[in-house]
Design a protein around this ligand. Structure first.
Ligand code: KG4
Length: 335
């Protein structure tokens, strides 16, 4: 059983081929350089570059898996959430191939894919708590079994990755800022006082106040003619941003009876988050699953992995399906 999966929800064009759980290829073409001059992802540019690159990525994915399209049994694609124009490119290619070869089409939820990326290296054990932290989303997802997703906490405004990227831009750092802040924070001290928002005891997150606090602090210091100590600001900001994730995870782990904590999404590459999670959970009796760095960012391997589960549940769709930029994870089987 071979599935070809396409991911195009944001600024990575990626195609992977999986054969009964074994990854045969996972080609990723990143658009990061094209978006850097804008300081963030420019949706129209993302769509155009997906359209320009996707057939080269397809060709390379088939070549490195050493197979042809005749060998593929089903086509999977990221249906959402993501940038609507970008999603459409991947979906359209998947639909075209499914129609041409008369094969099933599998719509895949992007964030659920991030969670299932961990299955390449670990068996998922239920019930589990997944900490999904990325550029577009910040969610705590409770899974009592395979393909059961319940959001028990989420951001009320910005996503944590978006906050990292905007703070980086305020400090004059390049896009995407998360990885740069992570690096510079290691050289800095926690000297700037920043607010830790939302003390209502809930499992929700809030990042817009923290972002605004950094912007105001930087502007005030500039007006006074003071230099910003960038490394110290990165350290101070990262401490608060990550503390919010760790705090909610600890609360959720107390409230829910779970066997595993599973990190997922681009921000799970953050070294301070990883260290803190290991420090707090390594002797807690709850198994901590941290994805390899290669599986933290957007890639089609994770879409392929989840697509196998969906296929076995019969979750295929017709060619009339449309993309959904705000598809809730709980509705992963409604399309
Ligand atoms: O999951 P992802 O690749 O894209 C989305 O689906 O959103 O996540 C990208 C986000 C960006 O905001 C990026 O700055 C952030 O992940 N990121 C990091 C790190 N590496 C990537 N944030 C903090 N620390 C990192 N090391």
């Amino acid at each position: 059983m071979k599935i070809l999966a396409i991911e195009s929800s944001c600024d990575e064009t990626s195609i992977a081929i999986i054969s009964d759980g074994k990854l045969l290829s996972n080609v990723i073409s990143s658009q990061i350089k094209a978006h850097q001059i804008f300081g963030g992802v420019m949706p129209e540019v993302a769509s155009r570059l997906h359209a320009e690159n996707i057939l080269y990525v397809l060709d390379e994915a088939l070549r490195s898996a050493n197979i042809t399209l005749e060998d593929i049994d089903a086509y999977a694609f990221t249906r959402g959430p993501g940038l609507i124009g970008a999603l459409h490119i991947g979906m359209q290619v998947a639909k075209t191939l499914a129609m041409l070869y008369d094969k099933p089409l599998i719509p895949v939820h992007h964030l659920a894919g991030h969670i299932y990326a961990n299955e390449f290296n670990n068996e998922l054990k239920f019930p589990l708590l997944s900490v999904v932290v990325s550029g577009g989303n910040t969610e705590l997802v409770y899974m009592k079994e395979h393909l059961s997703f319940e959001i028990i906490g989420e951001t009320r405004d910005d996503a944590v990755g978006e906050c990292f990227d905007k703070v980086a831009r305020t400090l004059g750092l390049s896009y995407p800022g998360g990885v740069i802040i992570d690096r510079l924070a290691k050289e800095g001290e926690d000297t700037y006082e920043l607010p830790l928002p939302l003390h209502d005891g809930s499992l929700d997150f809030s990042y817009s106040g923290l972002k605004t606090a950094v912007i105001n602090l930087v502007n005030n210091e500039k007006q006074r003619g003071n230099e910003i100590r960038v490394n110290d600001m990165c350290r101070s900001f990262e401490n608060v941003a990550i503390k919010m994730i760790v705090d909610r995870t600890l609360k959720a782990a107390k409230k829910y009876d779970i066997k595993q904590i599973v990190l997922a999404g681009g921000v799970s590459a953050n070294s301070y988050l990883r260290d803190e999670m290991i420090r707090l959970f390594s002797s807690s009796g709850i198994e901590l699953i941290i994805p390899p760095l290669s599986m933290t960012g957007d890639n089609a391997a994770m879409i392929a992995k989840l697509a196998e589960h969906l296929y076995h549940r019969g979750l295929t769709c017709s060619l009339s399906i449309s993309a959904d930029s705000n598809w809730p994870i709980e509705d992963y089987d409604k399309f």
